[in-house]
Design a protein around this ligand. Structure first.
Ligand SMILES: C[S@@+](CC[C@H](N)C(=O)[O-])C[C@H]1O[C@@H](n2cnc3c(N)ncnc32)[C@H](O)[C@@H]1O
Length: 211
């Protein structure tokens, strides 16, 4: 099985039209709903593993002015920058591996669609959760979408760890006790450009304190 490397992702984005990638969404409606329900336009939002998703376009259109997109693939970020044109200058683009990265400033909202589930190594999960705890401002939120227990066992040819919302809460509690409260969660199907149905869970968590 291939490993999750920068080369893997740069090849995926470099050799395929974004519209053909299995995780492509023409409009990130669920993420947008969840983000708009928990934040306002002056809040700082970071999209972890944002890839070439159209979320920054939608948030800019909603008036958000403090947006960051992090991804280990500079090919992916280049696609988004090219799509956005001059508006790309309003977004902070961070090329980094979330398994090593630490935030240098606070964010009010942390969004992750289909990235945490690639972390099958428990040390990598721990680093991610500690980074998330450190990065989110008090009373800020995390919106995390992963494949659910009913979802596929691989994504982009890589193994994934599947979660139902309760599984996610348990893992967060193990690493960061009492740092997050699950506010709301659910399940949603994503239909890939090839017509496959993938079951996701989504969870909205509030950052409780600065432990
Ligand atoms: C399945 S895609 C989802 C992209 C985007 N969130 C979306 O919904 O369209 C996973 C993304 O996570 C990025 N990624 C995977 N592992 C990563 C890591 N360890 N650090 C940063 N980005 C990562 C990939 O480059 C890719 O853009």
């Amino acid at each position: 099985m291939t490993e999750s490397t920068t080369e893997h992702w740069n090849t995926r984005y470099g050799h395929n039209a974004p519209e053909g990638l299995s995780w492509f969404e023409a409009s990130p409606d669920l993420s947008l709903d969840l983000i708009l329900g928990r934040s306002g336009p002056s809040d700082a939002v970071i999209d972890i593993g944002g890839g070439a998703a159209r979320l920054p376009d939608a948030l800019l259109a909603a008036g958000y002015s403090d947006l960051s997109v992090l991804d280990m693939s500079d090919e992916a970020l280049a696609l988004s920058r090219a799509r956005l044109g001059a508006a790309a200058q309003k977004v902070a683009w961070i090329t980094a591996d979330i398994r090593k990265w630490r935030a240098e400033r606070p964010y009010n909202l942390w969004h992750d669609r289909a990235v945490f589930h690639f972390l099958t190594d428990r040390d990598d999960q721990q680093h991610y959760i500690e980074t998330m705890r450190q990065a989110i401002a008090p009373d800020g939120h995390a919106v995390i979408l992963t494949f659910s227990r009913a979802g596929p066992m691989t994504c982009s040819g890589l193994p994934v760890q599947r979660y139902d919302p309760l599984d996610l809460v348990i893992r967060l509690e193990e690493v960061a006790p009492e740092a997050f409260k699950l506010e709301t969660s659910g399940f949603a199907d994503h239909v890939t450009p090839g017509g496959a149905v993938q079951s996701f869970q989504w969870s909205v968590l509030r950052r409780l304190d600065r432990v």
